[in-house]
Design a binder for this molecule. Structure first.
Ligand code: ZN
Length: 275
């Protein structure tokens, strides 16, 4: 009996420790195997992640030292296609921010989602001209489209290029929703003529004033990927938007928030530990 007790105890300790967010951030490489999103956008992991090439036609990745440029192939393709479309429209290249960690999972800082390779942050900021050097990409200027006192859109920054960028992304296949600041959604609700159906895909959320966040549907062939609930099928410019203007502002916590430690699907333990 004793012969087995020590290895068993070691194995149990290993499993218990496996779900800490720090561990997900420490793993530098994707888990081998076919690509699978496992779990939910805010509590899951990703097997067989693909890396976004750090620059390509129409875009460059920023803050790459975070090592969060990994995602589902469908997400990588979405970013590349959106960048190509913006380039074809004559816009400066996009700054691509966080997608996910090499094996997805919770990140020790930043956000609760981005865990299954189907979320990505794209910045509104663009700089025309030459690409930035890799060192410059760690800390670029990233202006908000919203005034600092949260009183409305900053028209010194916001322009029609942002409208085309959001509309193009919202009309692409595989897109579930885009999170944007309430002021941005309101501006688009007030100014969009003609086809307004794409406005539905823009869902207000806190922040998201200097970047927007694309969320893709669970791709076919990912049975462990948990879809997010559907939302209203109108343009979302009525009560769904107005309610955001009645919310109390977020108060920054006075003590550091506890690390976000969601309960992950059991299959994620194997993803974290796979060699
Ligand atoms: Zn995000």
């Amino acid at each position: 009996m004793m012969r087995f007790a020590v290895p068993l105890l070691a194995a149990l300790l290993f499993l218990t420790n496996a779900a800490r967010a720090d561990d997900w951030a420490t793993v530098q490489t994707p888990a081998p195997g076919p690509t699978q999103s496992i779990g939910f956008y805010t509590a899951g992991c990703l097997q067989g992640a693909q890396a976004l090439p750090l620059e390509g036609p129409g875009y460059e990745a920023i803050r790459v030292s975070r090592n969060r440029y990994w995602g589902q192939p469908v997400t990588i393709d979405f970013i590349k296609t959106l960048a190509e479309k913006m380039r074809a429209a004559g816009q400066a290249h996009l700054y691509i921010g966080d997608i996910g960690q090499p094996r997805g999972g919770p990140a020790p800082s930043g956000h609760a989602s981005h865990q299954i390779g189907l979320d990505a942050d794209i910045w509104f900021e663009r700089q025309p001209g030459a690409r930035r050097s890799p060192a410059d990409r760690e800390n670029p200027r990233l202006r908000s489209l919203v005034k600092a006192d949260d009183s409305g859109i900053d028209d010194a920054v916001f322009n029609e290029q942002h409208v085309l960028l959001l509309r193009t992304a919202a009309q692409m296949p595989n897109l579930d929703r885009i999170f944007v600041n309430k002021w941005i959604k309101q501006r688009l609700c007030q100014t969009t003529g003609g086809d307004r159906s794409w406005l539905r895909k823009l869902v207000p959320w806190y922040g998201h004033d200097s970047h927007f966040h694309i969320r893709l549907y669970c791709p076919p062939g990912n049975p462990q990927c948990q879809p997010q609930a559907d939302y209203a099928h109108d343009d979302g410019c009525g009560e769904a938007l107005e309610s955001w203007f009645r919310k109390a502002p977020l108060v920054p916590p006075t003590t550091p928030p506890k690390p976000y430690r969601p309960k992950l699907p059991a299959a994620c333990t194997a993803v974290l530990n796979a060699r």
